[in-house]
Design a protein around this ligand. Sequence first.
Ligand code: AMP
Ligand code: MG
Length: 351
Amino acid sequence: MNTIQWHVDKNEDKLFSYPQIQQAAHLLQENEVVAFPTETVYGLGANAQSDQAVAKIFKAKGRPADNPLIVHIAQLSQLELLVTHIPEKAVPLMNAFWPGPLTLIFHKKSGAVSEFVTAGLDTVAVRIPDHPVALALLTAANLPIAAPSANLSGKPSPTHANHVITDLNGKIAGIVDGGPTGVGVESTVVDCTGDIPTILRPGGVSKEEMEAVIGQVDVDPSTIYPHDKPKSPGMKYTHYAPTAPMYLIDGEKEWAQQLINQKRLNGLRIGVLASSETARYYKADLVLDCGSRHDMHNVAHNLYYMLRAFDEASLDMIFAETFSKEGVGAAVMNRLEKAAGHQMIRQSEGQ
Ligand code: AMP
Ligand code: MG
């Protein structure tokens, strides 16, 4: 399949009327699959109402069929068509964070979207993205659009159009290139079907930010303890893993450098994911600086780009520093722990 690439400047006015957006929207209406930028990562969109269209997403990504998709809409008025009712606690969250990196889980209106979108569940995940290109495309298509991240399953989510091309060129109808994405990690997924909203996946909106709006917010224990069964089906998969095995390291930089030296003496090629505070100190085969510990939004923004860069450097092992789990740090550490398969080396363990 020839994958069409359109370039769009997200800062232009009236994007909706651009021929690139109109063409991409037309392909979505024809039940084809099109990748597009959102404020979190690039999404891989298809008509959520069509089995045929949604099946193409799963095929292109190699995504397991039991991992449901998020439905993207452009306006609140589209929500009523998808869900049985809107729980009271969801309203302030929508008012505060939509459009934005927050996905809410509702009871699904029967027949509103393809069964493939919801993987047979009686709930549906919905969000309004905060990106002018995504909103223009959703408006032009005038459909609810199911869109997971536009990477091959198991690869880091794409934050640049190039990442999408690397993973999916020739497998999908088109890619709207709107430049790098902003937030860099996926949306926060929150279950609103119970009494207390519960975070199933940490992401761009933090627990603290939500609690400031609605009070108590719970966290599904599986996001913290790897052996608990997650409520969100997708969370059981080890996403985001770079090719070389990755280890989180918790200790002083001098200790970490000794660890690196030992491995290199054994002939291994070592990569290090460091903060700006320590990156210049390390000597290894590839040291990537993912930003200052004091700006976790920037670390989130850089994270997937860095994980992909490691893959291009033929490394044998990657060591990654750990970060505070406060605010968006919870999402960063959740992704790093997954990328490392929860393997951690601690200085205190004397290793
Ligand atoms: P992705 O689209 O790749 O960002 O992944 C979407 C995430 O949302 C996955 O972790 C899914 O398991 C989760 N998700 C989507 N729909 C539901 C749902 N109805 N209930 C629980 N989790 C969901
Ligand atoms: Mg994904």
